[in-house]
Design a protein around this ligand. Structure first.
Ligand code: PDD
Length: 279
């Protein structure tokens, strides 16, 4: 595997990032994860727009133009000779002796890596996945796609130890914010699609934004409002969305089956429409 690191294409194991990169010292950086299917980047413009918003929120300049960054992503993909892949882009504030204050005159660091995409397996889509719920212990700017992911990592690990694919996080009021690396959705008794509105408590998922548009086209009623863990357990359907999980049915929450414990029809309809969007 080949990585792009600050202007060079290197074997992924090569020592490349300076030890005083602020990404290492402070997790002072942002990232994007973009899907490639059959050699084509999916929703690349939306991902690059979000990347620029994340950078702006942290006052980190773009290391190069959007077009140049897209070219680096394409070249890294090409060098890895994959047509179905996940491209990871990370931009850190830069390299400087450790000091919390922003350093002056540093250039942001840019790393791009590519790996084979592990999309949901047919069995996961057919049976759905289990989630548990845990308190959301993250910082208060989850709308920024920051590489400070310790609380997400700890939650995901606890979920895996409980045999679950994902963890749904809830706030102090018992309302679901999102998953540790995905957005959370339910379908209520009246067939309405419900997901938390954009705000600092969640990442504005690219998949989420696409699904909202596809739901409108499908004539589904959508309500962007917070829902509680209790409401999710009593929902007719539940699912999660992310770049690598697509639209993934959730059929069990904290060990309780959602409805009759099989993927719901609206979920599967949205998955089909999403796949169609990706073509
Ligand atoms: N995760 N919420 C969180 C906290 C996420 O980390 C992600 C994505 C999403 C979904 O966003 P999108 O639809 O743009 O992928 C929501 C990426 C894939 C990751 O960390 O690997």
């Amino acid at each position: 595997r080949i990585a792009y690191v600050n202007g060079r294409y290197l074997p992924i194991g090569a020592p490349a990032v300076p030890v005083e990169d602020r990404g290492l010292q402070f997790a002072d950086g942002i990232y994007e994860v973009v899907k490639v299917l059959n050699g084509r980047f999916c929703d690349l413009d939306r991902h690059l727009a979000r990347l620029e918003r994340s950078l702006a929120a942290l006052s980190i300049p773009m290391p190069m133009s959007r077009a140049a960054l897209a070219a680096v992503m394409r070249e890294t993909l090409r060098r890895n000779a994959l047509s179905t892949a996940i491209v990871y882009v990370q931009i850190n504030r830069g390299v400087a002796p450790r000091n919390h204050l922003f350093p002056e005159d540093v250039e942001p660091s840019l790393v791009v890596t590519v790996r084979r995409a592990s999309l949901p397996k047919p069995r996961e889509l057919a049976e759905g996945v289990r989630v548990i719920t845990l308190p959301d212990q993250r910082w208060k700017r989850c709308d920024v796609k920051s590489v400070s992911l310790l609380a997400n990592v700890l939650a995901k690990q606890k979920g895996a130890e409980a045999g679950c694919r994902e963890v749904w996080l809830y706030d102090a009021d018992g309302l679901v914010t999102e998953g540790s690396s995905s957005n959370a959705w339910i379908v209520d008794r009246d067939g309405r699609l419900i997901t938390r509105p954009l705000g600092p408590e969640i990442l504005g998922g690219i998949t989420r934004s696409v699904i909202l548009e596809l739901a409108q086209t499908a004539g589904l009623e959508v309500v962007e409002r917070p829902f509680s863990v209790e409401e999710a357990k009593a929902a007719r359907e539940a699912f999660l969305t992310s770049t690598s999980s697509l639209v993934l049915p959730v059929t069990s929450i904290d060990g309780q089956p959602v409805a009759n414990g099989v993927p719901g029809s609206i979920t599967l309809e949205l998955l089909a429409r999403y796949r169609n969007h990706l073509q």
